[in-house]
Design a protein around this ligand. Structure first.
Ligand SMILES: [Zn+2]
Length: 350
């Protein structure tokens, strides 16, 4: 994957691109302008003090996050069966998530963004991003995301590699945590605006075929439901409930918003979760957040269970993309840590 810094700069909204900058460089006076702009970009975009990425303890008590409730939301999804596109479980889960979010956010604040994509067999896949907005009055917003589809194959499993996986952790966990947050926000209006997006079609692609991954994030980024949508930042939750979890600082997240990553990991450590959130760099993990950043410029970071191999690649847990990604490997303590971190950020830090 290519570096993203160019996009960070264009995101600043100043309307410059590299061709403009290159043509300006031909004129000597412009070099000074470039110099000044470079400083401006540096402090605007990547400076450690960028206000929208810095948190402070507001002295408020965050509401309680229930890992038991998050666990139930995961189990409900898994009981619908695999949620790969066009499967019966996929349709049932779409309806379930849509109606739960309507209940929590109010009917008018939930949006189903439907689209189609051609599948590997030439079939038409019917895909849906599910979006809910909380505290719409606030223009100061953040976005929280997870993918809700599950993998149509189990290529890491010697047993039945062509069958779809249960996706309790890979798919179910992020959604379970965000549904519990939605329930909490319905009872405790958040002090900032919070948008939840459940992306579809994240895990459809065959290994290495990145064009068939991240389908929902790509569609959302290229077809923004709200033109000019400009939240402070996004947090993607992916594989956040599995046993043995560890969340090093994911590589693209560090590129997109290093100070935000540090701030989030610092809060996790303050809450006593420094072992789950170690202060070390992980691998570059291609995921929905990369697509969101590229298509919209919204800096989105990814909290994802992985480790970095000695060669620098991403390693995932043994149940990843196998039929063992079921309820048995869901760890409530991991869900609790993620949930505690999210409510603390929303209600007391941002
Ligand atoms: Zn996956």
């Amino acid at each position: 994957m290519r570096p993203i810094y160019n996009l960070r700069i264009s995101k600043a909204g100043l309307g410059f691109n590299h061709n403009v900058l290159k043509s300006m460089m031909k004129r000597p006076m412009s070099r000074i302008v470039i110099f000044v702009l470079t400083f401006f970009f540096f402090f605007q975009c990547t400076g450690p003090d960028e206000p929208r990425f810095s948190f402070s303890d507001k002295g408020r008590i965050a509401p309680e996050f229930s890992s038991g409730q998050a666990f139930k939301y995961i189990r409900t999804q898994v009981e619908f069966g695999p949620r790969n596109p066009n499967s019966p479980g996929h349709q049932q889960t779409r309806d379930f998530l849509y109606s739960e979010l309507q209940q929590f956010a109010g009917e008018r604040n939930v949006f189903l963004q439907s689209f189609v994509h051609e599948g590997y067999e030439g079939e038409t896949l019917h895909l849906h991003n599910i979006i809910a907005a909380f505290n719409l009055e606030s223009s100061d917003r953040i976005v929280l995301a997870a993918h809700w589809d599950t993998r149509p194959r189990a290529e890491e499993d010697p047993d039945r590699p062509d069958d779809p996986i249960p996706g309790a952790n890979d798919g179910g966990s992020g959604v379970g945590v965000l549904l519990e947050l939605a329930r909490i926000m319905s009872e405790n209006p958040p002090p900032i605006g919070v948008d939840i997006i459940f992306f579809d079609g994240e895990d459809y692609g065959e290994t290495g075929d990145l064009q068939n991954y991240f389908l929902g994030a790509r569609y959302w980024g290229n077809n923004p439901p709200v033109p000019g949508y400009n939240p402070r930042f996004g947090i993607l939750l992916d594989m956040v409930g599995g046993e043995g979890a560890v969340f090093p600082k994911e590589g693209y997240s560090i590129r997109f918003a290093p100070s935000l990553v540090d701030a989030v990991w610092d809060v996790a450590a303050e809450l006593g979760y420094e072992e789950l959130f170690p202060d070390r760099e992980g691998a570059l993990v291609s995921d929905d957040h990369v697509i969101v950043e590229r298509t919209t410029g919204i800096p989105m970071i990814n909290i994802i269970h992985h480790e970095r191999s000695e060669q620098g690649g991403a390693l995932f847990p043994p149940y990843w993309h196998t039929h063992q990604d079921n309820m048995e490997i869901i760890d409530r303590d991991v869900l609790q840590a993620i949930g505690d971190l999210m409510v603390e950020l929303i209600y007391n830090r941002i």
